[in-house]
Design a protein around this ligand. Structure first.
Ligand SMILES: [Cu+2]
Length: 124
């Protein structure tokens, strides 16, 4: 091997080492989202099981949608409490109903008034 070839291979090797080191040092960096990052709304589920809303207290972000699924063996509904300003109307077993959440909500089942639940906005 002549000197030129050796020098070429050394340089090439050095470039590869630098590239690998650069990659390794860059990878542990965790990118933090800025405060102005917009977040896609989520769909969150509340199950109605054995005469209960699960979870009873649900935390969501403003604009998220909550879908109530009646997984019980009897009819239920989801109704604003105390005002009754919104309601799902009766959900038969297997039926579901959704609502977009823009504020804290308290609700109950008007068919079984002991069944209650809350939705709370996070980051407020
Ligand atoms: Cu009910």
């Amino acid at each position: 091997m002549n000197r030129k070839k050796v020098a070429y291979i050394r340089t090439l090797f050095l470039f590869i080492v630098l590239a690998v080191l650069n990659h390794c040092s860059a990878s542990p960096e965790i990118k933090q989202p800025g405060n102005n990052t917009t977040r896609a709304p989520s769909i969150v589920t509340v199950e109605i099981v054995q005469m209960k809303f699960k979870p009873e207290v649900l935390y969501v972000n403003k604009g998220d949608s909550v879908v109530f699924i009646n997984k019980d063996m009897v009819d239920h509904d989801v109704t604003d409490e105390p005002g009754g300003s919104w309601t799902s109307t009766t959900l038969n077993p297997g039926q579901s109903w959704g609502k977009t959440i823009t504020r804290n909500e308290d609700y109950f089942c008007s068919l079984h008034v002991i069944m209650k639940g809350k939705i709370r906005l996070e980051n407020q």
